[in-house]
Write a protein that binds this ligand. Sequence first.
Ligand code: PMP
Length: 429
Amino acid sequence: MMDLKFDQTHIWHPYTSLTKPLPVYPVSRAYENKIVLEDGRYLIDGMSSWWAAIHGYNHPELNQAIHSQTEKMSHVMFGGLTHQPAIDLCKKLVELTPAGLDKVFLADSGSISVEVAIKMAVQYWHSEGKPQKSKLLTVRNGYHGDTFAAMSVCDPVNGMHNLFNKVLQKHHFVESPAAGFKQSFTPEAMVEMESRLARYHNEIAAIIIEPIVQGAGGMRFYHPQYLTELKRLCERYDVLLIADEIATGFGRTGKLFACEWANISPDILCLGKALTGGYMTLAATLTTEKVANGICKGQAGVFMHGPTFMGNPLACAVANAAISLLFKNDWALQVKQIENWLNEWLQPLADYPQVDEVRVLGAIGVVELKNPVDMQKIQAHFVDCGVWIRPFGRLVYLMPPYISQRADIKRLAKAIKSWLECPNDKTEG
Ligand code: PMP
């Protein structure tokens, strides 16, 4: 048996207290879309381990990619050396991502790829002789990671900026895109953004935004036209556009990259999470020739970043296999089917009095409640139902692995339905 007492008293879990820890469930293994608990129960996964495990767990082809790479080398430094897995991966990323993004920096996690993106933007304007262009502009309800620069562009309230007030850089925030994905878009949506740009473009290096889906900041889906207009404004006011596709990349929204909904290419793109099929931590920041050349002609002559595990060969090898699997499995069909099933099973939940809204886009389903859930109770309920769903705040949401079948989605939705029907929730809602 795992030593849960030790876990509770010595190990931080994400966003948890060590003095009042919430229960954690010991996992002994995982396969396909199933998470097996130490006591033998198995849970149908509704989370893809936070957008990452799109092909499910313990996949023979992904395992094989790691095994074969381990026998060649697990790691070598990337300074002064290179290797086939990194070259193959970067070629694929250049080919698959929106046009013009053909210079790749391999970073070690999503947050770091955001740090890298911000550094690229700042270094670019420095080289262009405009060092005063060093601020960022973003929208409320965003989420870009937990490191300091990334945190500085997360929603100021959700991101608890007041806690880190003295350390965080101050950036520009405007209201988040109001129109939902399927609502009608009106030009007024851009008024605040445009006036902020008109006034402050001389000090703004870049706009950073999650395209189409604002994830951890509220699971909001917004209108593609917003993104089209944003790109136009960036060009007009000479500001770079950073698209954070760490969560949305690799098919999740129904397009390979969410930027495709608006047919735009950002100047800088961040990828992570599903990049390795959720096997290992790896991220990438891609940019254009214009930005790369700008950076390299500047005072430093180089891009100032180089982590120890940059381009880790194991991570690159499994990323290559994960990308191949996407196409072998016909990701577009997988995601479309999941979207249909999510609509079929989640939309009816909108009729429950505790539910504010149900929304589905691609392989993402969100049941937004009127009041926050009691995490401990709802988590225990879901585990009792044989599913793994991890809500936050008022949001109960699903982003299941692409290999999920109709019966799996039905079971996940039924677990949410039974929560809405159980007396526990009534006390909350
Ligand atoms: N950006 C977005 C949009 C994310 O969803 C996340 C992770 N939830 C990050 C950045 C940070 O990635 P990581 O947790 O790998 O640092």
